[in-house]
Design a protein around this ligand. Structure first.
Ligand code: CAA
Ligand code: NAD
Length: 297
């Protein structure tokens, strides 16, 4: 298949990344099915897309008519078969859990057209491992986009052990059609960007746990001292602490190296459902405007 042959894209997951994919693909002219497991998650995803597009209309970057056309290309659903059976490409953006992802890929294998390509947006997990749940290991690839998807310009493309060059060319072309630049990365936990980002996140949490600095001061230090747009705690809340913990546990298991040990504070916060912006509370409390740092035990 060539990129010109791609008409319909199935996006799995309507969360942070999934709704960003649906918006970006629809803006590029593709027909999109965005699937989540419950209606309320689908609704949340659609509302986020509407909010983002409305901001574009207000700023006069797109017209109301264009917004309506983009929304008209997105079908939100909980029905996996309806979403995936006639898709040319599936972009998977469900939770960062290997067993769950493999279960979904095994289901997709039965539902999708034989030439449909599976692209996972995993942040860390082995593409080869996920591909082993299917019979199309040559048509399985990692396409790691960044949050927020409509804004961030990079896609890391990761070939699994048996990914074909044709699949790589297709996904490279598709990513470019979505307005992104690509880098090809060999398979390894966290690929290139998260190999650096994860230790940065974990070390920031250790400094907090040890009382070296505060949430506010560390964020101030990194934004002013390194010119990052967001400090590590703001970015952790933005990414989601559940996703970060999944990645951290995966790094520790795969590398078998204690340098990736998880700070207990991160685990406690996830157990308390303080996952960051998506639950309204993480390192900051988002019920306040502007958000205020939380206290920790
Ligand atoms: N969805 C869609 N568009 C968004 C958005 C969102 N959630 N948030 C902001 N935007 C758009 C705005 O509409 C605006 O668009 P225009 O320029 O067309 O007007 C643009 O982004 C800039 O937004 P703002 O002016 O409101 O805010 P900002 O200048 O502070 O930028 C930001 C916001 C782009 C998020 C910026 O703070 C930033 O770059 N933060 C760092 C993001 C980052 O590091 N992401 C990677 C996370 S790690 C990851 O993704 C990998 C992983 O596996 C965990
Ligand atoms: P999220 O928690 O915001 O959304 C995940 C969504 O997947 C939820 O709405 C959940 O209901 C849904 N889901 C669970 N099981 C499903 C299934 N069987 N079918 C369809 N949907 C299902 O998570 P997210 O931040 O969007 O992350 C999704 C993926 O993208 C993960 O693999 C993550 O590692 C990766 N990723 C995340 C970021 C980030 O900054 N958050 C960046 C890059 C990549």
């Amino acid at each position: 298949m060539k990129v010109e042959d791609v008409k319909k894209i199935c996006v799995l997951g309507a969360g942070l990344m999934g709704n960003g994919f649906a918006q970006t693909c629809a803006q590029a002219g593709f027909e999109v099915a965005m699937r989540d497991i419950e209606d309320r998650f689908v609704e949340n995803g659609l509302n986020m897309i509407k909010k983002n597009l409305s901001r574009g209309v207000k700023k006069e970057k797109i017209t109301q008519e264009q917004m309506d056309t983009i929304l008209g290309r997105i079908n939100g659903t909980t029905d996996l078969k309806a979403a995936a059976s006639d898709a040319d490409v599936v972009i998977e953006a469900i939770v960062e859990n290997l067993d769950l992802k493999k279960k979904v890929y095994a289901e997709l294998e039965e539902i999708c057209k034989p030439d449909c390509v599976f692209g996972s947006n995993t942040s860390s997990i082995s593409i080869t491992d996920m591909a082993s749940a299917t019979k199309r290991t040559d048509k399985f690839i990692g396409m790691h986009f960044f949050n927020p998807v409509p804004v961030m310009r990079l896609v890391e493309i990761i070939k699994g052990y048996e990914t074909s060059d044709e699949t790589y060319q297709l996904i490279d072309g598709l990513s470019k059609k979505l307005g992104k630049q690509t880098v090809l990365v060999n398979e390894a936990p966290g690929f290139a960007v998260n190999r650096l980002l994860l230790p940065f996140f974990l070390e920031a949490i250790f400094t907090l746990q040890e009382g070296v600095t505060t949430v506010e001061d560390m964020d101030k230090a990194i934004t002013l001292g390194l010119n990052h747009p967001m400090g590590p705690f703001t970015l952790l809340d933005f990414v989601g602490l559940d996703t970060t913990l999944f990645i951290a546990d995966y790094f520790y298991k795969e590398f078998q190296d204690s340098k990736y040990r998880v700070p207990t504070l991160l685990r406690k916060m996830v157990r308390a459902n303080n996952l960051g912006r998506k639950t309204g509370k993480g390192f900051y409390d988002y019920s306040q405007k502007p958000p205020v740092p939380c206290s920790f035990r």
